[in-house]
Design a protein around this ligand. Structure first.
Ligand code: B12
Length: 467
């Protein structure tokens, strides 16, 4: 069968669909013929779908869903209606077998299938199961035992457990199947994944659900090859696409060493999501030598009790240390706070903000309210045995579910604004004041900045615009 792969992420600034590109590379390595439809570049999505399927007779169509919504309590914008409409149009244009996948799909597959009707879905990684599915379809065999597959049975979606693959066996990622150069020109950075999965016990996070609870690391040579492949196309700014780059600190070090050994440290600039623990002064030094210029740390809070409640094992003192270690080696730091989860009070919020002010972080992002994902610890606590007060949304898949501590809900945004005062380092999704918004979805300021030549992580571009 000929396979069509469709990217449905229309957000601007655009982020390249590396998950679909990795999947394409794995399919190609098995000898499949692939055609790409990247809707990110299309003014008229319906017309693009019609024209594509008029010339491409694909028997199997893989469609990626990266973002189900913008995950911002302030806007609560869902992408599922748009996604469903794309699937409907594809269905009108082809009799091919339609399979959904992607991280947005994997965090809530049944809800997505409720909203967007397809023939099947694959939860988890595309590289391992999608080639098997293609083979089975070709041979007319049953799909029923494939890991992570969702298929219809007696009118309901039946789901198999996910089996995560061996990422050391992935084929080389040449990064030439999508227009990565245009993504760089209009999106300001390219993504590269060095590891998959997360073993951390954070109560609210969907990454272990979507990516597995074991950290699986890619060989550092394969990562360096991929960066060189992008660099040869003129792309020299990167963002890691791991859950957190340093979950396995030894792996992070070996990737850095590989980049240094190839002389890439001075030729590329890159950014990473990192967890505060494990993170040492030595890691900061090594990352800087390898070309890292910015780290976004998921600190989540600054109050010891709230940190513990959220499942974080580091102390406020450690948060101050990591910012200093990075500053000393020239790495810019962004701290991300999640305020408004269970037990948040004026005191805990102010304590977190005071710590941030004391720190040498360059930017501090504050999101208000928790996005509640299925299969997380917090979802169990908040939904069972009956829904807690403080939940917002969730009546159907297109209404993302959030939680905001009801005891503080009315005033929290004002307390935060007062706590920020005139400190220019804070970025805040304030429902009452959009000017410090750091929602990267449909962010015109960023679109223009990238067009004007800014490159790098979006928080760092916003920082430079402020300077
Ligand atoms: C890095 C990252 C960013 C970086 C991207 C940098 C870059 N240049 O790529 C930045 C900071 C820009 C960013 C921004 C945003 N992000 Co972000 N991001 C991530 C992160 C950590 C990695 C994404 C990634 O590329 N992973 C690596 C690739 C290889 O994995 P993948 O895409 O999942 O693909 C695999 C599978 O899903 C599957 N697959 C993919 N497609 C298909 C298709 C088929 C048919 C099949 C079978 C399988 C399949 O196979 C792939 C290979 O294994 C994820 C969390 C995570 N760990 O995934 C969040 C994540 C994707 N982001 C998220 C969000 C919400 C956003 C924003 C909307 C936030 C905002 N409001 O500003 C924006 C949107 C930006 C945009 N234009 O889309 C959410 C989405 C959740 C949801 N359900 O909607 C995530 C999951 C984080 C979370 N848990 O909340 N992000």
């Amino acid at each position: 069968v000929k396979i069509a792969l469709v990217n449905t992420n229309l957000i601007k600034p655009p982020i390249a669909p590396i998950g679909l590109e990795y999947t394409a590379e794995a399919l190609a390595a098995q000898g499949h013929e692939i055609e790409i439809l990247d809707l990110a570049w299309e003014e008229d999505v319906d017309f693009a779908i019609e024209s594509f399927f008029r010339r491409c007779d694909a028997g199997l169509i893989g469609v990626t869903l990266r973002n189900t919504d913008d995950c911002a309590f302030t806007t609560r914008h869902s992408f599922l209606d748009g996604f469903a409409s794309i699937i409907r149009r594809i269905r009108q244009c082809t009799d091919g077998f339609i399979v959904l996948g992607g991280v947005g799909f994997s965090v809530m597959p049944k809800k997505v299938l409720e909203a967007a009707d397809a023939d099947a879905g694959i939860r988890g990684e595309g590289e391992f199961v999608f080639p098997l599915l293609a083979e089975r379809l070709q041979q007319g065999k049953s799909l029923a035992d494939l890991p992570g597959i969702l298929i219809r049975e007696d009118g309901a979606w039946r789901e198999n457990p996910v089996r995560f693959g061996d990422v050391t066996k992935l084929p080389p990622m040449r990064r030439n199947r999508f227009d990565n150069v245009r993504y760089f020109r209009e999106g300001g950075q390219a993504g590269v994944e060095t590891s998959r999965g997360c073993h951390m016990p954070c109560t609210f996070c969907a990454d272990p659900v979507a990516k597995g609870r074991t950290v699986r690391t890619r060989p550092h040579g394969a990562v360096a090859d991929e960066i060189e492949a992008l660099l040869s196309q003129g792309i020299d700014h990167f963002h890691t696409c791991d859950s957190e780059f340093n979950l396995d600190e030894a792996h992070a070090a070996s990737v850095c060493e590989a980049l240094i050994a190839r002389g890439l440290g001075s030729r590329v600039r890159w950014y990473a999501y990192c967890t505060p623990l494990p993170f040492s002064e030595k890691t900061a030094r090594l990352m800087a030598r390898a070309g890292c210029v910015g780290i976004n740390f998921s600190v989540d809070h600054g109050d010891p009790g709230m940190l513990k409640r959220l499942g974080r094992a580091f102390s406020p003192e450690h948060i101050l240390d990591i910012a200093l270690w990075c500053k000393n080696v020239g790495i810019a730091v962004m701290f991300d706070l999640l305020l408004g989860s269970q037990g948040e009070t004026r005191e805990t919020a102010i304590r977190a903000m005071d710590l941030m002010k004391q720190s040498s972080a360059d930017r501090i992002g504050i999101s208000l309210g928790l996005r509640v994902w299925p299969e997380t610890k917090i979802a169990d606590e908040l939904l069972l045995p009956s829904p807690a007060s403080g939940l917002v949304g969730g009546s159907d898949p297109t209404k993302p579910l959030f939680f905001l501590e009801p005891k503080s809900a009315a005033d929290l945004a004002d307390w935060i604004e007062a706590g920020i005062g005139n400190d220019p380092r804070f970025l805040f999704f304030n429902p009452k004041n959009a000017s410090k918004n750091y929602n990267y979805s449909e962010n015109r300021i960023l679109v223009e900045a990238v067009k004007a030549g800014h490159r790098g992580a979006y928080w760092d571009i916003l920082r430079r615009l402020d300077a």
